[in-house]
Each structure stands twice: as C-alpha cells, then as structure tokens.
Ligand binder design. Structure first.
Ligand SMILES: C[S@@+](CC[C@H](N)C(=O)[O-])C[C@H]1O[C@@H](n2cnc3c(N)ncnc32)[C@H](O)[C@@H]1O
Length: 306
C-alpha cells in the first residue's frame, strides 16, 4: 500500500465533488427517513455536506452521526447546531474488542505490500495507529511522562526560557524619578500589555489542556451502528460509512449482515484506501446493488441495495 499523504488528491474531500452533490440532492427526493453515519470528525465535512443536500427533504426524521473521539464530538456538536435533525452521538460504531481484533488480524493491514495501488494512513505500525483511532485517541498528544521527560517541545521551550537572561541597564535619574512617582512611560505600558497578553495566553493554554484532559475517553459507548440499524431496520435508511481506515470493511460487513435482505442506500468514503477498497469490490460483485455513482479519483461510492 501507499501512504495516503502521497496521493495527489488526498486533500480534496468528497465534499468538493459536484457530481456527488447532485447524486445526494436526488437521493433527498427518495423519501429517506433516517441517516446513520460513522465518523463525524468535527462535523464540517460529510455531515454538513449531506445535511445541506437534504435540507428540503421533509421525510427525513433524524440524521445520526457517530464519533468516538470526545473532543471531535464536542466540536461537531457546536458546528452542527444549525441542523436540527442531526444528532451527534459520542461512541464507537463497533464493539471495541472485536474491532481491535479485526485490525490486528486483517490480512490487508498485515500484508499491505500485496496491495500496491491502495492507500493507507501510515506504513509505520498501522495496527497501533488504527487501535489508537478506535480508542478515540486520534490526533491527541501523547500524555506527559510522569517520571519527568514529558513533551520534548515543552521541555525545549522551558529550557529556552531559563537560559534567557536580562541585560543590565545603566542607571538613569529620569527613570528612577518616574518609578518613584509612579509615572508610566510608553515603554512601561507596552511592557505591561505584553505581560498581560502573555498571562492570558498561558491561562488559555491551561484551560485548553484541562478541557482535553477532561474529555479523554474513559468508558466508550460501543456498538452504536448495530443498535441504530436494529432500531430503524424497517425505516427507509441511508447509511454512510467513513470512520477509521482500519475498520471500514468491518463496518461494511456489519451493515450487510444486518441489512442483507433489506432495501437501503449506502455511501462509502475512501474506496481507494484500506478503509473501503474491499467494500467497493463487494458492491461491484453483488447483483443486489445498483451503483448510483462512483469516483475513482475522489474515492467515494453511492449505491442502492435491492
Ligand atoms: C475520516 S474521519 C471522518 C471524516 C468526516 N466524515 C468528514 O467528512 O470530515 C474518521 C473519524 O472517525 C472517528 N472514528 C474512528 N473509529 C470510529 C468508530 N469505531 N466509531 C466512531 N467514530 C470513529 C475518528 O475519530 C475520526 O474523527
């Protein structure tokens, strides 16, 4: 496999694709009642894109979107406030133990060299990378080392601060008298402002740090994809799969095991990636699927089952 960052179109999201926008606007006329999405991230990507396309869809009751990372979930809640039908759930789409097991034993991850045309997020220990993502730790800084050590960047900054010494200034009577009578020069005011800004910055960083620590996942709610599908199996469903690259195929297999005999719509993101290259292959080989659109370049597929 190839690292995804090397793909020339990796930064182009499916949300910039006019053909997909058209397909979704047409789908919004198909009386869809419930949307279930895995992988919200901050809500500004696929969730916003699909919500805009479904703006005039009166049959849509609820758009559930699942995000395991608590910080991304909190951002998404804020970013998606303007869509009243969107319900953001903080939890995992799959059973965590089964998902970790899938990642550890997946032939495509363990032998990625057998798939030269497929992308993967990283070639450096992909099992650990996807295990972290599944635990809701994607993009989180590694925790500080309690034995000392800690974050090398912070250490560097601290050392730097210590080594900076103030140069001695020659005695000035004017400065002395000003100080004595509390008269502030322009330079004093500038310094005071800089100090105030420095303290505000430290306080803000501290608050951010505390917020992140508060939101570190402790107990993850699991298996939400199955729970929601079971609850709405008789509704007109649209399922969107876009969570961790390491378990995209597992999510697809889960959907097929639950809805294999039902009618539903499906959208996959990253079909040129480990996430869904096998899901797309299965859809293309399954006569019960009617592909409504597929993009090789932007790596998405929309299909109707039965
Ligand atoms: C590729 S991003 C989603 C991108 C988003 N759909 C967009 O268009 O901007 C994948 C997201 O899925 C989340 N995630 C990973 N595994 C998950 C799981 N099992 N259940 C729910 N969310 C998961 C990650 O934390 C990450 O935010």
């Amino acid at each position: 496999m190839l690292p995804y960052a090397e793909y020339p179109f990796h930064s182009i999201s499916m949300t910039q694709d006019e053909i997909l926008k058209n397909i979704l606007e047409n789908l919004a006329k198909e009386n869809i009642e419930i949307i279930i999405e895995t992988g919200t991230f901050n809500g500004l990507g696929s969730t916003t894109f699909v919500s805009n396309a479904f703006e005039k869809c009166n049959t849509l009751k609820t758009f559930y979107t699942l995000e395991v990372n608590p910080n991304s979930h909190a951002d998404a809640v804020e970013n998606l406030k303007k869509f009243p039908k969107v319900v953001c759930l903080n939890g995992a789409s799959l059973n965590l133990r089964e998902a970790l097991n899938f990642v550890e034993n997946d032939e495509a991850i363990n032998h990625h060299e057998r798939y030269p045309d497929i992308f993967i997020d990283t070639l450096i220990n992909p099992v650990a990378f996807y295990a972290n993502e599944l635990k809701g730790l994607l993009g989180e800084e590694s925790p500080p080392n309690p034995k000392g050590g800690g974050n090398p960047k912070e250490e560097y900054m601290t050392n730097k601060k210590i080594s900076v010494s103030q140069p001695q200034r020659p005695f000035s009577l004017r400065r002395f008298l000003r100080k004595l009578f509390g008269i502030k020069t322009k330079e004093d005011l500038k310094k005071e402002q800089a100090e105030k800004e420095r303290l505000e910055k430290i306080e803000k960083e501290q608050l951010e740090k505390e917020k992140k620590q508060r939101l570190k996942p402790t107990l993850i709610i699991e298996n939400l994809l199955e729970e929601l599908i079971n609850k709405y199996e008789n509704a007109n469903l649209f399922v969107i799969l876009d969570s961790a690259g390491g378990v995209g195929y597992m999510e697809f297999q889960k959907v097929m095991s639950l809805l294999g005999k039902k009618s539903f719509y499906l959208m996959l993101d990253d079909t040129h990636h480990l996430k869904h290259f096998r899901s797309l292959r299965d859809i293309q080989q399954n006569p019960n699927f009617n592909i409504l659109g597929v993009s090789k370049q932007n790596g998405w597929c929309v299909a109707k089952h039965l």
